[in-house]
Design a protein around this ligand. Structure first.
Ligand code: IMP
Length: 459
């Protein structure tokens, strides 16, 4: 098959009759080990060079991956970061929830900047985020904010992520990407959604979908069919495509969105997102068995950040937080919200390393810590006066912990220009070694700035 811009993407095999297990261990997964925004986009961009395809397996337009190529910054939300390499397959797996208008906008924006998007494929089984999901998301958040008793607002991105995943699990009225190409099926599903959600939609007055007011079935279906036609050349059975790719001996890089501590099962529940952000999401979110993943790169910042509500044990509210926020440009890629900032929490990171089976670490934003005399690292919690070095992945328990810190020497130099491990100041290297000793996994990559060239490889 020749795609519109002349790139050769191999055709689908005639059938999946090939038997026997897929080759084990040739693929890589990149996952975030904190609360998102760890710099996974850069890590994926870096590793994509050695892989034939990049596949997203979870999340939606709540994610924001920034990649800087030749001084140009790209902010990606739904399109896998691997798109910045021409002619690689970039796959949006079935585990992603796709806002079709947002992805169409993103694709058009990339094309306008000269990026070859011909390798992009979207799973026909990925679920669709429709305007009413965003309305539901916003209404729930507003209602929770108004009620001071009971559960607190999650501080979601209001991108409709939770409601779209909820519809997927509820099954009655969910829309999948493949439905965008089937007018009758799409209409009957949207009609069912309108029936089931009537009480919610009646009060709709906010959200960033079409302008507020009563939602109408027909215009919504027409809009969705129009964008579906635009995306049609990219919609396919991505599970089959991935299996064919791997069976051919090609390597796939699986790109996790959000962060392990936002995982719906293993994160700081209920202040989590709606998807599986950990490496086990590869299997459910792409249909590729996890045994194909031999390398799990865990991406972590040199400090902690969090957007939205929920516990952040090492949170700072002082000048140090402001300084890190400014130096690290800690403002949301998706929502622009200032991120909450804290010292590095190695108790949390070690937990994420454990549940992901991380084989190597990518440490990002180390340059941001330049100029501090000393740095603090959380190495245990005190819970009800008792010291514990395990991470309790439950928000109410975590809210009550007191972080126990070790103080380590800071480094005064700016390190953004360091090209090798040897060029890093000794105290910066000590900080890196402290991390790997504590979590028991080597730091394979150190990132000292946003550019591709500001990366130190240790493997
Ligand atoms: P949702 O994913 O929009 O439902 O938001 C749930 C929680 O996850 C909120 O606290 C969000 O701020 C947070 N969140 C979701 N995606 C990301 C991300 O990519 N980076 C950081 N936080 C995120």
């Amino acid at each position: 098959m020749t795609t519109q811009q002349g790139t050769s993407i191999p055709p689908l095999a005639n059938s999946l009759k090939a038997v026997g297990p897929l080759p084990a261990g040739g693929c890589t997964a990149v996952v975030g080990l904190q609360w998102g925004d760890e710099g996974k986009g850069k890590a994926v961009d870096l590793l994509a060079a050695d892989h034939h395809a990049v596949a997203r397996f979870n999340g939606g337009a709540n994610a924001g991956h920034s990649v800087v190529v030749a001084g140009e910054r790209f902010s990606l939300h739904l399109v896998p970061s691997g798109i910045l390499y021409p002619s690689k397959l970039a796959i949006v797996g079935n585990g992603v929830v796709v806002d079709p208008w947002k992805i169409a906008q993103e694709i058009n924006g990339l094309r306008a900047r000269g990026v070859d998007t011909s390798g992009l494929r979207i799973s026909d089984r990925a679920h669709v985020v429709l305007p009413y999901h965003k309305a539901e998301d916003a209404m729930r958040e507003d209602a929770l904010t108004r009620h001071t008793k009971g559960p607190a607002a999650i501080g979601t991105t209001r991108r409709g992520i939770g409601p779209a995943y909820a519809d997927k699990v509820q099954r009655a009225c969910a829309v999948r990407v493949g439905d965008l190409l089937k007018p009758d099926q799409l209409k009957s599903r949207v009609e069912a959604a309108f029936d089931l959600k009537a009480p919610i939609l009646a009060g709709w007055s906010t959200g960033d979908g079409p302008s507020p007011g009563p939602m109408q079935i027909d215009p919504l279906v027409d809009d969705a069919l129009t964008v579906g036609r635009e995306l049609a050349p990219m919609i396919c059975d991505t599970t089959r495509l991935l299996h064919d790719t791997i069976r051919r001996g090609d390597r796939v890089l699986f790109e996790g969105a959000n962060g392990s501590l936002l995982d719906v099962d293993h994160g700081t529940y209920p202040f989590v997102t709606g998807s599986s952000c950990v490496v086990s999401g590869v299997g459910t979110g792409t249909g590729v068995p996890n045994r194909c993943v031999g390398r799990v790169l865990g991406v972590m910042k040199a400090y902690s950040t969090r957007v939205g509500a929920g516990p952040l044990p090492t949170e700072l509210h002082d000048d140090t937080a402001d300084r890190i926020r400014q130096r690290g440009r800690e403002f949301g890629t998706t929502t622009g919200r200032p991120r909450r900032v804290g010292w590095l929490d190695l108790v949390a990171v070690r937990y994420s390393v454990m549940i992901n089976g991380v084989t190597g670490l990518c440490l990002t934003l180390l340059d941001v810590l330049g100029g501090f005399d000393t740095l603090k690292v959380c190495t245990a919690y005190e819970i009800n006066g008792v010291r514990d070095d395990a991470f309790p992945p439950d928000a109410p328990t975590l809210e009550g912990v007191r972080p126990v810190y070790e103080t380590v020497p800071g480094f005064s130099q700016e390190i953004g220009a360091a090209q090798s491990w040897e060029q890093l100041p000794e105290k910066a290297r000590t900080y890196v070694r402290f991390i790997e000793d504590f979590v028991g996994v080597p730091v394979e990559i150190v990132s000292v700035g946003p550019g591709r060239e500001q990366t130190i490889l240790r493997v």
